[in-house]
Ligand binder design. Structure first.
Ligand SMILES: Cc1cc2nc3c(=O)[nH]c(=O)nc-3n(C[C@H](O)[C@H](O)[C@H](O)COP(=O)(O)OP(=O)(O)OC[C@H]3O[C@@H](n4cnc5c(N)ncnc54)[C@H](O)[C@@H]3O)c2cc1C
Length: 513
């Protein structure tokens, strides 16, 4: 691991303290006011919930402070009509049985770092929150099986701290500190997906409470890597955005901690050169390529303006910033021994070759933590530039830069006063496209341009074989895109699964029908 998590999480904590509501284009939920499936529970029903769990585990409006459970990572607040904080699977079942009997709608919340409104109540004040933050009793490491059984409320940082004692790691790496349940619900990707895969690749088992009359527990907590007793039901809950069941525990396959890490920043002129670098790295460094992250010049300029402390010296020293900058990381669980090339030398040789061939303009090595700090400053710096909308796109890598060009053209046509910047996990075909409006532009016009852009960008990325949701899942934020771009027969199956697992439609902020 690099020291990046520390830096990035410090940035994340800063975001949570500030309120970014004024930085986001207003009303960014594309779905409008929802119609409640069920009304909010009565005061008597809330009294019954209060009695179910011990003291301090149920929060009620007017009596308790609930703001942090109602407010998402971008500062958007949707009131909750209750909050429950179960400690274990029995508590979760009690809340679910109560909710079923009262027809009370509930949203499962982990660390609340998701940016698509899937972990906070819908607008309307009729939904409650089941926060999993107290479900943290178990982190059980099986060193020989190379697995960990872990409660849903445990956060990534704590999990990796415990695994680190046995030189193991859960290799999901991102600029936030999510919970186990939230990572399963959203199928988190992160910066090392290119080498280690997403959360789905690591889930060997799950324990899930279904939102049915009996709060049925699906005990799929297997630590097996081979298991063909039938269809793999646990897969249904991964990336389901908290709509089918409440994950109370997971078994993850984990990896050895890398013993060698080499990181470089590489300047390139255009997308073609970036892709040449990527394919050459994959051919030469093979599975040792562990991150391939791109930042474009407008993103670097925003970091230089708002987070100059995160600019590594060679970039900060008044030189013209490159058009595209790629953070490349190699890692290895082996150590370099006499006669064997270390990763730094291997990376330097690859970049020398790229320079001789003309597809590497310049390259800088440095301490991994310093170089990752630059990468992880991107979103925070861009948010300070003005009201913005962020697209979470992905496309086949072979078409990613074509999609990028066309998105930039659309921005010029639809929002001529806005600026475009981007960054992302380009090695995995991911791109966060950011559109920033001038501070003084009239809000109604901005909202109109945002809606037009959303429609046009999602059309074009879908036509190019890509998706409107690369790694953040579906939430109320992009329900309308889900409806528009998912074939009716697939949506029909989603609806069938939903009524099977959740017959009263009480679970989740997101409507995937
Ligand atoms: C600065 C920053 C950087 C980020 N970078 C990345 C990145 O690189 N890659 C990436 O993929 N994501 C990224 N994210 C998004 C986010 O961190 C992930 O989606 C994360 O997995 C959400 O986990 P959470 O615990 O915060 O879940 P929440 O935000 O609380 O919930 C997310 C979803 O999971 C559901 N859920 C939560 N707990 C459970 C449970 N126990 N059972 C069932 N469903 C549950 C919720 O209902 C919701 O639908 C980033 C976010 C921030 C703020």
């Amino acid at each position: 691991m690099t020291g990046a998590e520390f830096d990035s999480r410090a940035g994340y904590r800063m975001q949570r303290r500030e309120n970014f509501d004024d930085r986001m284009v207003s009303g960014s939920s594309a779905s409008g006011e929802p119609k409640p499936r069920h009304p909010a529970p009565s005061p008597q029903a809330l009294h019954r919930l209060d009695k179910l769990l011990g003291s301090g585990q149920v929060l009620i409006p007017g009596r308790d402070e609930m703001t942090r459970y109602e407010t998402d990572v971008l500062g958007r607040r949707h009131p909750a009509c209750w909050v429950a904080r179960p400690r274990d699977v029995d508590d979760v079942r009690s809340v679910v049985r109560w909710a079923y009997a009262e027809r009370a709608e509930l949203v499962v919340q982990g660390a609340n770092t998701g940016p698509v409104l899937a972990g906070v109540p819908r607008r309307g004040g009729h939904q409650g929150v089941v926060s999993m933050e107290l479900c943290r009793s178990t982190i059980d490491v099986d060193v020989v099986n190379r697995t960990v059984t872990v409660s849903a409320g445990v956060d990534l940082e704590t999990l990796n701290e415990v695994l680190g004692r046995d030189s193991l790691t859960f290799p999901i790496d991102l600029g936030a500190n999510p919970s186990v349940g939230g990572m399963v619900g959203a199928n988190t990707g992160g910066a090392r997906l290119i080498r280690h895969g997403d959360v789905r690749r690591h889930v060997l088992g799950l324990e899930v409470v279904l939102p049915d009359e009996h709060a049925t527990v699906l005990s799929l907590l297997s630590g097996l890597r081979k298991d063909n007793r039938g269809p793999d039901l646990k897969q249904l809950f991964i990336a389901s955005s908290g709509t089918l069941g409440i994950v109370t525990a997971a078994v993850f396959g984990v990896d050895p901690v890398p013993l060698q890490v080499a990181v470089a920043l590489v300047a390139a002129t255009d997308g073609e050169d970036v892709l040449r670098l990527l394919t050459f790295l994959e051919a030469r460094a093979t599975e040792r390529l562990s991150a391939f992250e791109m930042l474009s010049r407008p993103t670097l300029e925003a970091i230089a303006r708002h987070r100059p402390d995160r600019m590594p010296l060679p970039l900060a020293q008044g030189r013209r910033l490159p058009e595209l900058l790629v953070l490349v990381e190699l890692n290895d669980s082996d150590i370099a021994t006499g006669g064997h090339q270390g990763l730094d030398e291997e990376l330097a040789a690859i970049l020398d070759h790229g320079s001789a061939e003309g597809w590497v303009d310049d390259a800088w090595f440095g301490p991994p933590a310093t170089l990752w700090a630059l990468r992880n400053a991107a979103i925070d710096a861009l948010r300070q530039e003005g009201p913005m909308v962020a697209f979470d796109l992905s496309a086949p890598r072979s078409r990613l830069f074509e999609v990028r060009e066309r998105v930039m053209t659309l921005v010029g046509q639809i929002a001529p006063h806005a600026r475009y910047a981007d960054f992302g996990h380009v090695g995995d075909g991911g791109l966060h496209s950011i559109v920033i409006w001038p501070d003084d532009m009239e809000a109604g016009r901005r909202d109109k341009e945002r809606d037009q852009l959303r429609t046009a960008v999602y059309e074009l990325v879908t036509a190019a074989g890509g998706t409107f949701s690369a790694e953040h899942g579906v939430g109320p934020e992009n329900e309308s895109a889900f409806r528009r771009h998912t074939p009716p027969e697939v949506r029909g199956l989603h609806a069938g699964l939903k009524s099977l697992f959740d017959p009263q439609g009480i679970l989740g902020a997101t409507d995937l029908s």
